[in-house]
Design a protein around this ligand. Structure first.
Ligand SMILES: *[C@@H]1O[C@H](CO)[C@@H](O)[C@H](O)[C@H]1NC(C)=O
Ligand SMILES: *[C@@H]1O[C@H](CO)[C@@H](O)[C@H](O)[C@H]1NC(C)=O
Ligand SMILES: *[C@@H]1O[C@H](CO)[C@@H](O)[C@H](O)[C@H]1NC(C)=O
Length: 373
């Protein structure tokens, strides 16, 4: 091979690497990495640091500077989303441990899988939740209690108290979580910055559309989970006057709803070369605005697959009598299981100490542990 051709190949390789770096923000939900960054959000250097660590992409770094006061609550959302996901999938073969890899996700969280759909919806939902609660708590300068409902109070209560400001949460979550997938923004930003026109790889663009849909579905689940909570006023607990306001359930409850949507998620494929999707099985697919969509099947997670991000289930704890996903037959994929006894500390000899706490001793107790072969 002569030198000009070789150096041209080399420069193509460099361009390709640069293009990949520029668009590193396109796959996966990298800002969940904020949950492990120990940032105090006292100065805007924190935005730059998070960008340098690739937890935030360029658009999110702009957001970070502009909505700086919201960042502690975005970071809180990243922790809540991680914990909610790992709690929800604790007893499953895929146990959400791969979100810890942010921002360097593996294929399970970047190829348009059902798992990625769940994490995208959950994390966008967590931002709505965290911001709406922060507004109601009076922690943010630009928002407050949510609006009083339009519907008149029926019968025995009146509207009062402080509602969670879901519309502010929805707006901020959309701005923050959608920007890495917003091509127009990305393209104009890149053009301004490098004066270079970048064409997106079509398949990546389509995958971004899916993520945008799933994030919106997650936010809608939060919005529709807003329910009435009431408080009684009156002499010694009598309920002479009742005031009610709209507030959000816990992240755990939102995550349970999203898990039901995960189970019913619909597999889709691109319509020709467009960026829209159609269900693979249109007759049995029931689509709503809150349906999660995925375009790539996941393996069964039984055996390790490093590239995909499957750890396999060897040595995972299972339960021989459970009828859930932690049942040994299902968790161990038919490889069988083994049991042993283990000593664990438990609270014992608890005493009530006036007033007002309980003191316990720590005792050792033998428990059965069952694990997959
Ligand atoms: C996080 O930062 C705080 C204060 O800067 C420090 O006390 C704490 O040890 C840090 N934690 C970790 C895990 O680095
Ligand atoms: C998830 O599963 C892997 C092995 O499959 C295990 O190493 C890890 O501890 C599990 N994580 C949690 C949070 O249970
Ligand atoms: C196993 O599952 C059964 C049935 O769901 C439950 O009663 C039991 O507590 C579980 N055992 C452990 C060790 O979690």
């Amino acid at each position: 091979m002569n030198t000009p051709i070789r150096s041209c190949l080399w420069c193509l390789h460099v361009l390709w690497t640069i293009a990949n770096l520029l668009f590193a923000g396109c796959s996966g939900i990298k800002w969940l990495g904020l949950s492990k960054a120990n940032l105090t959000w006292t100065a805007s250097q924190d935005c730059r640091y998070a960008f340098k660590m690739r937890y935030l992409d360029a658009g999110q770094q702009h957001f970070c500077k502009r909505y700086f006061e919201a960042m502690p609550y975005v970071a809180k959302a990243s922790r809540e989303a991680r914990i909610a996901c790992q709690t929800q999938f604790y007893h499953h073969r895929w146990n959400c441990s791969s979100v810890e890899l942010a921002p360097n996700y593996l294929n399970d969280l970047k190829q348009g899988t059902r798992e990625q759909a769940f994490v995208a919806a959950l994390s966008s939902a967590a931002v709505v939740h965290s911001l709406a609660k922060a507004c109601a708590a009076g922690s943010l300068p630009n928002c407050n209690c949510g609006p009083m409902p339009n519907e008149p109070p029926s019968g025995d209560f009146k509207w009062g108290g402080c509602a969670d400001d879901v519309s502010y949460g929805m707006k901020v979550s959309r701005l923050f979580t959608d920007v890495p997938y917003n091509f127009k923004y990305q393209a104009s930003y890149q053009q301004k910055k490098k004066d270079r026109i970048v064409t997106w790889k079509k398949s990546r663009m389509a995958r971004a559309e899916l993520t945008l849909h799933n994030q919106l579905a997650g936010r809608r689940v939060v919005e529709s989970s807003l329910t009435r909570h009431c408080k009684c006023h009156g002499v010694s607990g009598s309920c002479q006057i009742r005031t009610c306001w709209k507030s959000l359930p816990t992240m755990k409850e939102i995550s349970e709803q999203l898990y039901r949507n995960f189970k019913r998620a619909v597999e889709v494929r691109r319509q020709g070369i467009t960026n829209s999707f159609e269900p693979i099985y249109p007759l049995i697919s029931h689509l709503t605005a809150e349906t999660l969509l995925f375009s790539s099947k996941s393996p069964d997670h039984c055996t390790p697959d490093e590239k995909f991000g499957s750890l396999g289930t060897k040595n995972r704890i299972c339960n021989a009598t459970s009828s859930g996903p932690d049942n040994c037959g299902s968790m161990c994929c038919g490889r069988g299981h083994f049991s042993y006894m283990k000593r664990v500390p438990v609270s014992c000899n608890c005493k009530y100490i006036w007033c007002c706490r309980v003191e316990c001793q720590s005792c050792q107790q033998w428990v059965h542990v069952t694990r997959c072969k």
